[in-house]
Ligand binder design. Structure first.
Ligand SMILES: Cc1cc2nc3c(=O)[nH]c(=O)nc-3n(C[C@H](O)[C@H](O)[C@H](O)COP(=O)(O)O)c2cc1C
Ligand SMILES: [Mn+2]
Length: 459
């Protein structure tokens, strides 16, 4: 099922018991973020905060914080591999977005002096953040100055006053900014908040502008088999998702830099952007009674990046025919990118090293850690992975450390973009011993006893 809007998605979650309305008053400074965080680590539902102190607009968070919710967004059931395939399908059949007139995001329009972004609830998410962040789960839409093609990336926005936000921007959005700055022009930018979940996933994923015109939108169209509806901005020659809850229109100033942050980042530390940019909002449009959306950054995070990043690597390994690979995962503690676990059916000596080098080959800038385990491992169970790491390795032989090389990670120890990497062969073949049988309860017996659980009074 394709969702047209955030609202559509939230009603489906509510139907499934995966959404909770919080009616008690909650402080936007620190408290809301802490509730979101603790609910997230308990694998809780999406949360709609309806009574945020000092604000009338509700805020929703944790919309894609569990595998189940990501599966609903993708419209798939079954195994993790089903999700991977679905996520990758958008790249195979991109679908150009369609332009529509108006749209729900235009129900209210505020320009110039009527602009006040501080009316939206903007939590101070972490206790040591520089201030309230608006747009922690959103799309910043920019345009290639030469071709007019649009990009959408998720770049956080720190509220400075009614019309000003400071931003930390890299990758495709920064490349656009550099084009405008070279011409000494401000860069037009629109920010869409409260989008259907696949658009959020696209905004946070590295989707190449080589894919098709308006790459992120074309990708989502392909993924859901239905083009995305875009509508013209009020003050910019740009298109935004017509179904968004809130849209900010404005420009990013050329040749101005600010010291943005600190902000709690996805590597689990506070960070900031020394070369932060300034976004000046000129127009705000939104639905009647809009729903704001946000996210607390941490290494465990809303957004399903653990799944989406694993899908990309899995697709690459599969297309290369990497021998024996069964499953891959970028688990949360590696902030979804620095630790990679691969399970494989090992049949030949040297196969593990071949897998490790292929992973590093197709991901030139990481991951820092690779752990290879046997095909029967549960990649979502860290107890299982740790058990294999200690019981199937002799460190002098099975742990490989590379000399420093280029690295894209942002952990504090990585200096000048260089660091060493580690690979751990936690498989059991070709280690000079026959491993004894694993003494866990068999699948058949597990099923049998679980079917008696209620009868035994254990539920
Ligand atoms: C919650 C969240 C917050 C993010 N914040 C930023 C940010 O502030 N600045 C940034 O450059 N990237 C940030 N990213 C990563 C980008 O969204 C990601 O690199 C994406 O690919 C950018 O889009 P682009 O590839 O079209 O440039 C964030 C990702 C997530 C999931
Ligand atoms: Mn992009």
């Amino acid at each position: 099922m394709a969702f047209d809007s955030l609202r559509d998605f939230l009603s489906s979650l509510e139907h499934m018991g995966e959404l909770k309305h919080i009616k008690a008053e909650v402080e936007p400074v620190h408290e809301l973020g802490a509730i979101a965080y603790h609910s997230l680590i308990k694998k809780g539902p999406a949360l709609v905060f309806e009574n945020i102190k000092g604000y009338r607009t509700p805020l929703v968070t944790n919309v894609l914080s569990t595998d189940r919710k990501v599966a609903v967004a993708l419209g798939v059931e079954g195994t993790m591999q089903n999700m991977f395939e679905k996520f990758l399908s958008g790249f195979k059949n991109p679908m150009v977005p369609v332009e529509v007139k108006g749209g729900p995001c235009k129900e209210e329009i505020y320009k110039d002096d009527a602009v006040d972004i501080t009316k939206f609830p903007t939590p101070v998410w972490h206790e040591k953040d520089a201030g309230p962040y608006l747009g922690t789960f959103h799309g910043c839409i920019t345009r290639d100055r030469a071709t007019g093609d649009q990009n959408m990336g998720m770049y956080r926005l720190l509220v400075k006053d009614k019309k000003t936000l400071w931003m930390s921007i890299h990758r495709d959005g920064l490349a656009h900014y550099r084009q405008y700055e070279a011409a000494n022009e401000p860069m037009p930018m629109a920010v869409a908040i409260g989008m259907e979940p696949l658009l959020c996933i696209a905004a946070m994923s590295p989707i190449s502008s080589g894919l098709a015109r308006h790459a992120e939108f074309a990708y989502v169209g392909g993924l859901r088999g239905k083009p995305v509806d875009l509508t013209k901005c009020e003050t910019l020659d740009m298109l935004v998702p017509a179904q968004a809850e809130i849209v900010l229109e404005g420009e990013v100033l050329p040749k101005v830099r600010v010291d943005e942050g600190p902000h709690g980042e996805s590597h689990g530390f506070y960070g900031g952007e020394k070369e932060g940019l300034v976004f000046q909002v000129r127009c705000v449009t939104h639905r009647k009674n809009p729903i704001h959306q946000g996210l607390i950054c941490n290494f465990m995070e809303d957004g399903g990046k653990r799944i989406t990043r694993s899908a990309v690597l899995w697709g690459k390994l599969k297309s290369l025919g990497t021998p024996g690979v069964v499953d891959v995962r970028f688990p949360d503690p590696g902030c979804g990118r620095e630790i990679c676990v691969v399970s494989a059916d090992i049949k030949e000596p040297g196969q593990v090293m071949q897998i490790v080098e292929t992973v590093w080959g197709v991901n030139a800038m990481g991951p820092n850690w690779i752990i290879v385990v046997d095909a029967d491992a549960d990649l979502d169970d860290w107890n299982d992975i740790w058990w294999r790491m200690y019981s199937r390795t002799e460190p002098h032989r099975d742990v490989w450390i590379t000399p420093p090389r280029q690295h894209g990670g942002h952990q504090p120890l990585v200096k000048h973009g260089f660091t060493s990497r580690i690979a751990i062969d936690a498989t059991s073949k070709f280690k000079g011993v026959e491993f004894p049988e694993i003494n866990t309860v068999s699948r058949e017996l597990t099923q049998k006893v679980l079917s008696r659980w209620a009868e035994l009074g254990l539920e």
